[in-house]
Design a protein around this ligand. Sequence first.
Ligand SMILES: Cc1ncc(COP(=O)(O)O)c(C=O)c1O
Length: 388
Amino acid sequence: MSGFHLPEGVIYLDGNSLGALPAGVPGRLADVVEREWGEGLIRSWNDARWMELPARIADRIAPLVGVRGEDVHVGESTSVSLFKTMVAAARLRPDRTVLVVEPGTFPTDGYIAAGVADLLGLELRWCDPADPTAALGDDVALLSLTHVDFRSGAMFDLPTITAAAHAAGALMQWDLCHSAGAVPVDLTAADADFAVGCTYKYLNGGPGSPAYTWINPRIQGQVRNPITGWIGHSAPFAMARDFDAAPGMRGWATGTPPVLALSALEAALEAFDGVSVADLRTRSLELTDLFIAQLDERVTGIEIVTPREHARRGSQVSFRHPQAYGIVQALIARGVIGDFRDPDIARFGFAPLYLTTDDVRAAVDHLVAVLENEEHLDPAYAERNAVT
Ligand SMILES: Cc1ncc(COP(=O)(O)O)c(C=O)c1O
């Protein structure tokens, strides 16, 4: 716990949405702002090695998802990263006309797929979440799935689905927003093609911190970055007229690196130093198992929608209740921070780096009290906030 700043009296069960503040971030940001920027000014691009930030961060994220740092680009948002990889994937399968996504996926994944389909004259096909591979066929260019579902916390079988996509001649992309930092992922062993993920959830990079993109080295030489900005050029400061992509993932860059955000992220990732992904998973399952057991034992009138099998569970637990919004708000009033997803889901994330089993038990004590005292029926919770 000492590695994170958490307010006194708060049990933070929303690290699957916005990770907590790692203790090293404020000092690092102050130093970057005051010394590197304030004193160093433009000299810091060289002296503070600002240009190397994305590659240094890639080296830190890579082991969390089973890949090499040199095969990862850090920059832009998840949404923009999805756009780039989806366009690249479609161009790699010019004889195929379909992009497949799952209807319950995080909205941006579906919206971006629809936009790419529109741009390139492709068909967008929605698959059955119970069996995404049933939508595969010899017309499918790309199957793009979110590994862990943002509502239910259900996890797809990444290696098996990847193999099925390949068997059908399609490319496979994984959105790892709800996986990296909490759930083991081995993209190399699965031989997936593309992966993207945000860094502000279990990686604790801070609100809106930049996303990462992985492209299998097997296909890097064949794909083209569709947003050809100057930082992806082989020699940005040659200021040449024509675009010439930098080799490998350096060519996947687009614009100037967001130095403040990247600096916070780099400092945040130090929280993973010396921590194995296997240990994170063990702790995560211990926390979610305990939460589920406590709910089963002590709370009635809810329906747990998160799978009970470990192999199908990410690092969150969600339940359905007609007054889920009121329950979440009443818990927040008591210092237990989870969140709500439309229409009736209360969602609780268990970040294995900073939560304990005592936190889990105390959170359920509060939930029991909220329901007993009917705090969730408070008319103040009839109106929903803009961010739920
Ligand atoms: C699965 C998934 N993809 C994408 C995003 C967000 O994308 P962006 O970082 O572009 O806002 C989220 C945000 O919660 C998410 O859960």
